[in-house]
Design a protein around this ligand. Structure first.
Ligand code: IMP
Ligand code: MG
Length: 173
C-alpha cells in the first residue's frame, strides 16, 4: 500500500541548513579535530552530508542501537546492536542523530558514551520534535524544529522505506 508523502521541508531548505550547520560546527571546533558518531541507520544521510561542510579534520564512527519498545515509542532501554569501532577517550565527539522525539534513546546513549571519557561530547540532530519530549536531552545543534507529525526522508523511515528521499515529508496514511 502506498502512503502519500507531503513535503514538510524541501530538499533546498535541508541542503542549505546542513551547509550552515557545517559552517557553525567548523567554527566551534576550530583548531581541533572532530569525531563524528553516526547513529544508524537514520543518521547516515545527515552525517555524510554534514561532514562535507566541515572544514576541520573529521573522523567518523558508526553505531547501531535498538530500543526496547512497541515499535512506535521507545522505552529508553537501549541495546547496542553494533558498537563503535574505536574508543572515545580524549576525542572531541559530536553525536549525529536524525531526530529527537521522546529523547529516551539519546539520553541513554549519551550517558553510555560519556562513560568512555571523551574530551568533549556534543549532540547534533537534523530534526527535533520538542512537543514529544519526556526525557531531558541537551541538544547542541538542531537543524529544524518540527511539529508532532511522523516524518520520513533524509534517513528517516516508515517501515524501513523512504530513507532515500532527499527532503523531509509527512506520511499520510
Ligand atoms: P526517541 O527515543 O523517542 O527520541 O526516539 C528517537 C528515534 O525514534 C529516532 O532516532 C527515530 O529512529 C525514531 N523516530 C521518532 N520520530 C520519528 C519520525 O517522525 N519518523 C521516523 N522515525 C522517528
Ligand atoms: Mg535514530
Amino acid at each position: 500500500m502506498a502512503e502519500k508523502i507531503d513535503v514538510l521541508i524541501s530538499k533546498e531548505e535541508v541542503d542549505a541548513r546542513i551547509a550552515e550547520l557545517g559552517r557553525i560546527i567548523s567554527e566551534e571546533y576550530a583548531g581541533k579535530q572532530v569525531h563524528l558518531i553516526c547513529v544508524l541507520k537514520g543518521g547516515v544521510f545527515f552525517m555524510c552530508e554534514l561532514a562535507k561542510y566541515i572544514t576541520v579534520p573529521v573522523t567518523m564512527d558508526f553505531m547501531s542501537v535498538s530500543s526496547y519498545g512497541d515499535g512506535t515509542s521507545s522505552s529508553g532501554v537501549v541495546k547496542i546492536v553494533k558498537d563503535l569501532d574505536e574508543p572515545l577517550e580524549g576525542k572531541d565527539v559530536l553525536v549525529v542523530e536524525d531526530i529527537i522525539d521522546s529523547g529516551r534513546t539519546l539520553s541513554y546513549l549519551m550517558e553510555i558514551l560519556a562513560k568512555r571519557h571523551p574530551n568533549s561530547m556534543r549532540l547534533c540532530t537534523l530534526l527535533d520534535k520538542p512537543d514529544r519530549r519526556v526525557r531531558d536531552v541537551k541538544v547542541d545543534h538542531v537543524g529544524f524544529e518540527i511539529p508532532d507529525e511522523f516524518v520520513v526522508g533524509y534517513g528517516l523511515d516508515y517501515a524501513q522505506k523512504y530513507r532515500n528521499l532527499p527532503y523531509i515529508g509527512i506520511v499520510r496514511l
